[in-house]
Each structure stands twice: as structure tokens, then as C-alpha cells.
Design a protein around this ligand. Structure first.
Ligand code: ADP
Ligand code: MG
Ligand code: ZN
Length: 592
């Protein structure tokens, strides 16, 4: 730095010399002035510059001069005594130097300091964006499947991935193929991140993780560079896992909305797609991602060969919650009266993160109560506090709603169990699932069906309406919870009338679906190819089917009212029951 300053100063002097401005004493200037040799002057505060005539080798020519101004009275005196005098400017060279060298030095120092810190986080300045993908080796991950409880179904699906990562050659030798991308889908706090880490921990491979939001906060072009780098690094460490947390932050559908053009995010997303297509899964790199909003993801991400395997990480049921509580209670001294099953019963709707929080809160309360063990009192207080908070955030449903959902779901299941030719009921649950559904009844077909009889379709409609019928029987009121069922029932009925020719009044006829739907931008021209009168008959027929099937459902449920009540009580207590348990209740009732 100092050397540079010197060089600048030397250059400056050289330039001044080149232009050959003559420095003359003030007295000489005065003499020249008196002699009439000064041509022109410019006077500044402490200098006089100008041109003067000089005799050089007998020839007269003009030359530039400069002199330092001197107090005029003094100069007259000096002149009278014929003294050669001149002005001298105190040299403030070093002061000048200091006045700007020190700020520069300070600036350089701060810059250096910041860069060092930045580099410590980021690698070095020049490889910015590379080191952000930290390498977690197994001992750093330190998470196993035992740490994630109550998510058995997701774990089962991940076992295969672990097997593959442990010995990829075994799989590839047999020509087996694994999905490139696994997407963990589920509500926040259910343990998606935890599970991804557990997969790395269980298989003992390096774990590269990055959060979707990290990709997009950076400068333009950086996100894409990071993705490239992440994959490049991972390939050298295979077998390993690349985990993109909060994929939705990065993978939102491209170009939606007017302001939707977030170029940086799009670039990054495109780079991710390119990398995914370009890598060969047989080398043993598994790409995992997590999201709680799969519905907003760009469809390109979900295409085959990309994130084509989806694993649901659901909210835990009562049994699952007890298991999660036990995992988190491990490191804490519990009183004998603190029973995890009871606590699990008090916390419907809680996810893993809430339960971890609950245990922590209870432990803190015990400390505040000056106890050396965490007991039921603390847990009760902690539950109350957390429930208040979660309700405010709208994440819990209340008791009354749970009861409605329980009757609704048992209604579906009972109708399904009572009608022939319906798919067997596997599971009845009031653990909220996904975004909209508050509960669900899982019916799994025993075989693939390509043809359906009229009676089977009618039964399906009755099952779909069973939920609402049960609500009406129990509460003499219906809720909005059934709108999905209604749309499904209506769709089936409409297809029966318009496509399958199953209406007695209209007969065997096929009405083409409204074209408007297929070509949404062709304008609002009416494309119905049937008359207004026919259209009314169609509507009437659809309504007739729905009404009669609603009656069927209501009749069944009225007849099995005791089973409905018992089943609902059971579901309320356990949140999740096997279809078979309701079936045996029903069979007992049928015998009686
Ligand atoms: P997500 O990624 O689904 O939002 P996380 O994996 O970040 O949830 O979970 C946050 C924390 O909550 C975890 O670190 C863990 O302490 C706790 N947790 C969540 N789910 C579970 C679970 N199934 N079993 C045990 N602990 C859990
Ligand atoms: Mg997470
Ligand atoms: Zn329903």
C-alpha cells in the first residue's frame, strides 16, 4: 500500500518537471515585474503563477513560473535592502499523507477482517458459494431411526433407501433401479428433516443438506452456482445423500402471477432440474427433499426421474404421540406418575415438534417448581399453555369438531361395510391429514376394476354421502366438512346420467361433456349439444340419484345407530382404528 503511495508521488513530481514550471523566489518575481518582463499572472491564496519573458542564449522566450506569495509590506522592506527573498510553504507532505493513508489503512483492515470472517463461513472469497453445502459425516449426523417415532409408515418406505446406500453395488448388479428423488411430504414439525438425517445416520453416508430458502437469498446467479457445486461435491462422496429442505421456497411453480418472475429462483430451480436429469443414480447419490406445500411445487419437479417417490410424513396418532413423548423424555428425570399414554391422550393434533416442545416446557416448569422430577402436574400445565398457543395459530381443532369428524368418518365406514360390492374399509382416522381433510376413511380396493355395475356406482355414492348422513342423525345438523364428499358423489351421479347411459328416463345415451371445459380460452359460447329441456331432465335425474342414495345411507345408519355411537366413541378415544374393529362391532350388532 505504502509503495503505491510513493509511486504516485514520484510520478507527480516527474510530470511537474516535464512541464518545466520554474520555481522562482519572490524577489526575482518582483524584479521581473519592475523590469516589465511579466506577461500574465494568476494569484491564489499563497501562490502566484504566470508567464514571464526570459532571455535565453540571446533569444527572448516565454516561460511559466510559479512563486510563493509573501506579505507585501515586508517585501517592500526587503526589496529596499536588496535582499533576495522568497516565500516557503511549510511542508505538510506527511500531514497530507497521514490524512488519507490512515483511512485507507483502516478501510483495508476492516475489509480484510470481514473477508476473513466471511471466508470462515463460506470457504474463501473466491470460492464463494461452494462451502455452504457442509459435509455432515455420520458421527456428526448422529440421528437414527429411533429418534423419529410415530412415523412407522414413512420409515418402512425409507428402509429400502438405506439398504441401497449401504451397498449400492448389490442393487445395481441385479439391475435394480432406485428412485433418484424422494420427496418427504407432511405438515410442519412432523419430523421430515429429522427423518432425512436419520436415513443418513442409519446408512452411515455423508449428508449434504441445504435449505431451499438459502438458495434464493443470495446474489443473482449464486443459487444456480451453488446447486452445481453441491452436486459436484456430492458426486465425489458417493454414496451419499443430498437433502434439499423446504423445497417449496425454491421450487414454486414458475411464472405464476404478475409479479411472479423471481429470476434468481427460476434460475436456481432450472439448474436443479438440469442436475437431477444429469446424474446417474447408480453411483449411489440419493436426492431427498422435504416440503409441507407439495401443491405449489413446479410440476417439472415431480415428473418421473425427478422427485417421483413421495413419502407422506403424517401427523402422529395417539399411539405415535406416546412414542414421540418417550423419545424426548429419555434425557429427563420423570416422576412415576407421568404417564406418556395419558399425555398423548391430552394432545390431539400435536406434531412431533410440539411434543418435543411440551417435554421441554414441562421440564422448565419442574425447575420453577423446585422439583427434581418432572411430574404429571407440570405436563398438565405445559399442555394447557401449548394448546392455547396452538389454537391461536389455528392448528388444533376443538372437541366439538373432533366429535363431528368422528361421526362423519364412522358414517362413511358403516355404510361401506353394510353395502355389498364396496371396497373394504382399512382404516378410520380423525388425525387431520393434508391441507383440507380433517379425517379420513381409507378404503382400499382388493383388485383393479375396469368395469363398474350400476349398483356399485350407486353404492359408492351412498358411501360418499354417509358422512353427512351420520352428522345429521347425531347432531340434527350438517357441517361444511362434507363438501369434498358431495362433489365426488355428484361427479359419479353426473357421469352415470350423461356418460354411462344409466338413467331410466333418458335411456342409453351419451352426452358429450361441455366443450367449454376442454378449451377454456375459446370464449363463452354455449357448446351444449342438447336442448334446454334435456338439460333440465339431466339435472333432475342427477338429483334423484343423489337423494335416493342419501336415503339409503341414512337408513343404514339409523338402523345401526348403536354401532355408529360405539364406533365414534372408539375413534374419538384412539383417533385411528382398523376397519376390522368396526366390522366386528357391526357383526355383533347384526347378530343381536
Ligand atoms: P419438519 O422438518 O417436518 O418441519 P423437523 O424434523 O424439523 O420437522 O422436527 C423438528 C423437531 O421436532 C425435531 O428436531 C424433533 O426434536 C421433533 N420431532 C418432530 N417429529 C418427530 C418425531 N416423529 N419423533 C421425534 N421427534 C420429532
Ligand atoms: Mg424441516
Ligand atoms: Zn367425508
Amino acid at each position: 500500500m505504502l509503495i503505491a503511495v510513493w509511486i504516485v508521488l514520484i510520478l507527480h513530481n516527474l510530470i511537474v518537471q516535464m512541464f518545466a514550471v520554474k520555481h522562482i523566489p519572490y524577489s526575482e518575481f518582483v524584479k521581473a515585474l519592475v523590469a516589465g518582463r511579466i506577461v500574465e499572472v494568476a494569484i491564489t491564496q499563497d501562490r502566484i503563477q504566470g508567464k514571464m519573458k526570459v532571455i535565453d542564449n540571446g533569444q527572448e522566450r516565454e516561460t511559466a513560473f510559479t512563486t510563493v506569495r509573501v506579505d507585501s509590506d515586508l517585501s517592500q522592506l526587503l526589496e529596499r535592502h536588496n535582499v533576495t527573498f522568497k516565500g516557503v510553504i511549510e511542508s505538510n507532505f506527511f500531514r497530507n499523507l497521514a490524512s488519507w493513508v490512515f483511512p485507507v489503512l483502516l478501510f483495508v483492515g476492516i475489509w480484510y477482517f470481514l473477508m476473513r470472517r466471511f471466508a470462515a463461513q463460506q470457504g474463501s472469497f473466491l470460492t464463494l458459494g461452494r462451502k455452504k453445502a457442509k459435509v455432515y459425516m455420520e458421527d456428526e449426523v448422529g440421528v437414527t431411526f429411533d429418534d423419529a417415532a410415530g412415523v412407522d409408515e414413512a420409515k418402512e418406505e425409507l428402509v429400502e433407501v438405506i439398504e441401497f446406500l449401504k451397498s449400492p453395488e448389490k442393487f445395481t448388479r441385479l439391475g435394480g433401479k432406485l428412485p433418484k428423488g424422494i420427496l418427504l411430504v407432511g405438515p410442519p414439525g412432523t419430523g421430515k428433516t429429522l427423518l432425512a438425517r436419520a436415513v443418513a445416520g442409519e446408512s452411515g453416508v455423508p449428508f449434504f443438506s441445504m435449505s431451499g430458502s438459502e438458495f434464493v437469498e443470495l446474489f443473482v446467479g449464486m443459487g444456480a452456482a451453488r446447486v452445481r457445486d453441491l452436486f459436484a461435491q456430492a458426486k465425489t462422496k458417493a454414496p451419499c445423500i443430498i437433502f434439499v429442505d423446504e423445497l417449496d421456497a425454491l421450487g414454486k411453480a414458475r411464472g405464476i402471477g404478475i409479479t411472479g418472475g423471481h429470476d434468481e429462483r427460476e434460475q436456481t430451480l432450472n439448474q436443479l432440474l438440469v442436475e437431477m436429469d444429469g446424474f446417474d443414480p447408480t453411483i449411489g447419490v440419493i436426492l431427498m427433499a422435504a416440503t409441507n406445500r407439495p401443491e405449489i411445487l413446479d410440476s417439472a419437479l415431480l415428473r418421473p426421474g425427478r422427485f417421483d417417490r413421495h413419502i407422506l410424513v403424517d401427523r402422529p396418532d395417539k399411539k405415535g404421540r406416546a412414542e414421540i413423548l418417550r423419545v424426548h423424555a429419555k434425557g429427563i428425570t420423570m416422576d412415576k406418575d407421568a404417564d406418556m399414554d395419558t399425555i398423548a391422550g391430552m394432545t390431539p393434533g400435536f406434531v412431533g415438534a410440539d411434543l418435543a416442545n411440551l417435554v421441554n416446557e414441562a421440564a422448565l416448569l419442574a425447575v420453577r417448581h423446585n422439583k427434581n422430577k418432572v411430574g404429571m402436574v407440570e405436563f398438565q400445565e405445559a399442555v394447557e399453555r401449548l394448546i392455547a398457543g396452538l389454537e391461536k395459530k389455528n392448528r388444533l381443532i376443538n372437541e366439538r369438531e373432533r366429535e363431528i369428524v368422528a361421526y362423519h368418518e364412522v358414517g362413511h365406514a358403516l355404510v361401506a361395510l353394510s353395502l355389498p360390492g364396496t371396497d373394504p374399509v382399512r382404516k378410520i382416522s380423525i388425525v387431520p391429514r393434508g391441507v383440507a381433510a380433517l379425517g379420513y376413511t381409507l378404503q382400499v380396493p382388493t383388485e383393479d376394476r375396469f368395469l363398474m355395475a350400476r349398483s356399485e356406482l350407486l353404492n359408492k355414492i351412498a358411501v360418499a354421502l354417509g358422512g353427512r348422513a351420520a352428522e345429521e342423525i347425531k347432531f340434527q345438523d350438517v357441517s361444511t366438512g362434507a363438501h369434498n364428499d358431495l362433489s365426488r358423489a355428484t361427479d359419479i351421479a353426473r357421469s352415470m346420467v350423461k356418460e354411462y347411459g344409466m338413467s331410466a328416463e333418458l335411456g342409453h345415451i351419451y352426452f358429450e361433456k361441455d366443450r367449454q371445459k376442454r378449451f377454456p380460452d375459446m370464449g363463452l359460447t354455449s357448446t351444449k349439444d342438447y336442448s334446454e329441456q334435456t338439460s333440465q331432465i339431466i339435472d333432475r335425474e342427477i338429483k334423484a340419484i343423489l337423494d335416493s342414495q342419501y336415503d339409503v345411507a341414512r337408513e343404514i345408519l339409523t338402523m345401526r345407530r348403536t354401532v355408529l355411537d360405539k364406533g365414534a366413541a372408539l375413534v374419538l378415544k384412539e383417533e385411528n382404528i382398523e376397519g376390522d374393529r368396526l366390522k366386528s362391532l357391526l357383526e355383533a350388532d347384526q347378530k343381536a
